[in-house]
Design a binder for this molecule. Structure first.
Ligand code: 13P
Length: 253
């Protein structure tokens, strides 16, 4: 059975002290209020991984993620962070292919494939992001667009590698805009993604893959989104920076 996952992507926010307070609050709320079987993933900025991870120890619902990974193993890559480094500070998941990295850092499909391999080689679980810009949605080309993103960065993985992958559908027009995809729009895209994965890998693997929705997800809309058959949780930006909102989203299953 696939996992229910709520992941908080803190992006480039918070100082170290603020990050520690936020994770402590989330830790307490999850301990006190969340009984169900849900995996809570927190992706702080690189310099906070170890400190935030330490405060999560002892809460088996909480798991640490990074927001990026180098495609290289080690060496002269100034400013980059390798999979082995991430692993050595307790990271379990890695967000790969976020639209902000595709856009601002020109990460293309080939680079993302290499990042997937780099993560998997270290036993890190990739959270692979896909999602179309508004003009592709308006041109009714969104399925093809997302299908190509999946094909270009995932289809060369082995079945064993693919078993470790989480997919996040984040329509770009919904990120940070307050404009959420409707639950029907999310469901039809998630079902399409699962169908594509079933073709590339196999039906059982696709069935067992968690597919998260991201884009202006908040405590007011999470319940309806998460109740869709193929929506297995969320990748949360803005609302993950407020402990109360994030915990309420975690409780939305
Ligand atoms: P928002 O929840 O702020 O729209 O961001 C979504 C996102 O990009 C998570 O990765």
């Amino acid at each position: 059975m696939r996992k229910k996952i709520v992941a908080g992507n803190w992006k480039m926010n918070k100082t170290y002290e603020e990050a520690l307070s936020l994770v402590s609050e989330i830790d307490n709320m999850v301990k006190d209020e969340v009984n169900g079987d849900v995996t809570v993933v927190i992706a702080p900025p690189f310099p906070f991984l170890q400190g935030v991870g330490k405060l999560m120890q002892g809460n088996d619902k909480l798991h640490l993620a990074s927001q990026n990974i180098s495609e290289h193993e080690s060496g002269a890559y100034t400013g980059e962070v390798s999979g082995a480094m991430l692993k050595s500070v307790g990271t379990e998941y890695v967000i790969i292919g976020h639209s902000e990295r595709r856009m601002y850092h020109h990460e293309d499909a080939q680079t993302l494939y290499k990042k997937m391999k780099a993560a998997l080689a270290q036993g890190l679980k990739p959270i692979f992001c896909c999602g179309e810009p508004l003009e592709e949605r308006d041109a009714e080309n969104h399925f093809e667009y997302v299908g190509k993103q999946l094909h270009d960065s995932l289809s060369y993985l082995s079945n064993e590698e693919f078993d470790q992958v989480v997919v996040a559908y984040e329509p770009i027009w919904a990120i940070g805009t307050g404009r959420t995809a409707s639950s029907q729009q999310a469901q039809e895209m998630h079902a399409y993604i699962r169908e594509q994965l079933a073709r590339t890998f196999d039906a059982e693997a696709a069935y067992n893959t968690s597919i998260l929705y991201g884009g202006s997800c908040n405590p007011g809309n999470a319940k309806e989104l998460f109740s869709q058959e193929d929506v297995d949780g969320g990748l949360i930006g803005g609302a993950s920076l407020k402990s109360r909102d994030f915990a309420d989203i975690v409780k939305s299953f």
